[in-house]
Ligand binder design. Sequence first.
Ligand SMILES: [Zn+2]
Ligand SMILES: [Zn+2]
Length: 149
Amino acid sequence: MILTLILIIAAAFAFMEFVAWSNHKYVMHGFLWPLHKDHHLTDIAGKPVLQKNDLFFLIYAIPAIVLIIWGFSAGNPYMISAGAGITLYGITYFIFHDVVYHHRLPFFRNPKNSYVKAIIKAHDAHHRPKNRTDFNNFGLLVFSKRYFN
Ligand SMILES: [Zn+2]
Ligand SMILES: [Zn+2]
């Protein structure tokens, strides 16, 4: 039972990296570009403190909240675990993307860990494209091993 719940949390977490990658690549850089554009303004000048792009956090929070509330009211631990996996991904994304990379909070400015450094290089490839169509690396935690060098 516990093992199953841990596996569901891990699966939901991994699935969210896929959702984040595909949504970022095909939706946020597609028809919802007007909501994501201000996240890329820093590549030119400097970002607003609150971005329209932050709306995506709320959008991702909805299925997690629904799963957790529904899971508790139905007494279904599997739904709660799925909601917890999504929430854990959201927290991880916020820490690595918004705090470590974009410095939106004054912590974790100088990571020493080589994986965390690779996350930074990989996200750099997204924020410093060679041209408008050259956006690379739409995911966060999964990327080419070349960023380790
Ligand atoms: Zn982007
Ligand atoms: Zn970013």
